[in-house]
Design a protein around this ligand. Structure first.
Ligand SMILES: [Zn+2]
Length: 393
């Protein structure tokens, strides 16, 4: 027998919908809230109730407010209710960010980590970093709603372990959720770095308002976070968007995944810098290569253009299969800007089917390399009201 809907259960459901929208999208106007399928009077009564409880506060509209007329009054979650953390475990570095419940970035930081460090030791260092950062912004571990942990490479959906294609060798066949949960002792979720980056660019960056987006993230490898019809797409087994392991040259070098001539062997940061050994000798970082290219170094411009062409080939294949409305480039290659993007677009245009219509714009992401993934990871926690309830206050 089904339980009849009572006014109080209806009220709870309405409150959950409003809270869900505010957790997902940050501060909103009352009229934007009415668009989630509730009447204006219901929204007003739910907001009044949440404001009286201190859960929701009025927020001054930011720089997006129209210059003429009265700026809209927004309502958002009270930022002192708790914090969500983002953690990115990457080659050579661990990055972390703390966002409050109002979706404001409070602090971000990073520590260097040797690539051979075992997962438990890396996570212990991450835990210490998190504790220092929480102290800096005046929150405690008890106020942490959850941690979004970003890993490079695919995480196998069925087993939860990192596949062999990850660039972090000590993490191959490790279950990052179980290991991080044991070391950090905090509620958490784990996903691929590019997926979190896509979420951040959709929420705050270049992909705002888009429903079909590919976010190509270049760190030690190249991956794509795919948003299809408004939702992140990971595939049946978690390997969707592994652009860096698509074949570009069948006779090329053997990749860490065991395949030959993957995009990573031609266009990731290591492949680019190794190309310059004869001309430059010194061990250049990818940031050095980009800086030299910007002041006209011919060799550095050449290798970045070549990388752009290879990424463009892979992007054309992806476009032909998925038809995104926008392609966003983020990560350590993004600062190269048009030196990379010009050849990338040209290469893509040669191979993409577009039936006489324009190709999707290819743009550089709006969020910086050191925050895009951790911000998205924290946002993923804030969006997941079911797994990460707000702390009692
Ligand atoms: Zn590969």
């Amino acid at each position: 027998m089904s339980v009849p809907e009572t006014p109080s259960s209806q009220r709870r459901a309405n409150r959950a919908r409003v809270m869900g929208a505010l957790r997902e999208r940050g501060a909103l106007s009352r009229s934007a809230l009415a668009q989630i399928g509730l009447s204006r009077s219901t929204v007003t009564s739910v907001i009044d109730e949440l404001m009286a409880a201190g859960t929701v506060v009025e927020v001054v509209a930011g720089k997006d407010a129209r210059k003429t007329g009265r700026p809209p009054t927004l309502v958002g979650l009270n930022g002192s209710l708790g914090v969500a953390l983002g953690l990115e475990i990457a080659n050579g570095v661990v990055r972390a960010a703390i966002c409050n419940t109002a979706q404001e970035l409070l602090v971000h930081d990073s520590i260097p980590v040797d690539d051979h460090t075992p997962p438990e030791a890396t996570l212990k260092m991450a835990g210490t970093l998190i504790d220092h950062m929480l102290a800096r912004v005046g929150f405690t571990r008890a106020q942490v709603i959850g941690v979004g942990v970003a890993m490079p490479g695919p995480i196998q959906r069925r087993t939860g372990v990192n596949g062999r294609a990850t660039t972090l060798k000590p993490w191959v066949n490790v279950n990052p959720w179980a290991t991080a949960h044991e070391v950090l002792q905090l509620p958490l979720l784990v996903d691929n770095d590019a997926n979190f980056g896509a979420l951040a660019e959709m929420t705050w960056g270049a992909a705002r308002g888009c429903k079909d987006v590919a976010f190509i993230y270049s760190a030690s490898g190249i991956g794509a976070g795919l948003v299809l019809n408004g939702a992140l797409y990971s595939g049946a087994n978690g390997t969707a968007g592994e652009l860096g392991h698509t074949t570009i040259d069948e006779d090329g070098l053997v990749c860490e995944c065991g395949g030959r001539g993957c995009l990573n062997t031609l266009a990731n940061a290591d492949a680019i810098t190794q190309n310059l050994w004869r001309s430059h000798r010194d061990r250049l970082s990818i940031a050095d290569v980009i800086k030299l290219a910007q002041v006209g170094d011919a060799g550095c411009r050449r290798v970045l253009a070549d990388a752009g062409r290879h990424i463009g080939l892979a992007a054309a294949n992806m476009y032909n299969l998925l038809d995104p409305e926008l392609i966003v480039i983020g990560g350590n290659l993004a600062p190269a800007g048009e030196i990379l993007l010009g050849p990338l677009r040209e290469s893509m245009a040669r191979r993409a089917i577009h039936a006489g219509e324009v190709l999707p714009p290819v743009v550089v992401g709006e969020l910086d390399y050191d925050v895009v993934v951790v911000r998205g990871a924290a946002s993923a926690v804030l969006r997941d009201a079911e797994s990460f309830p707000l702390p009692k206050h």
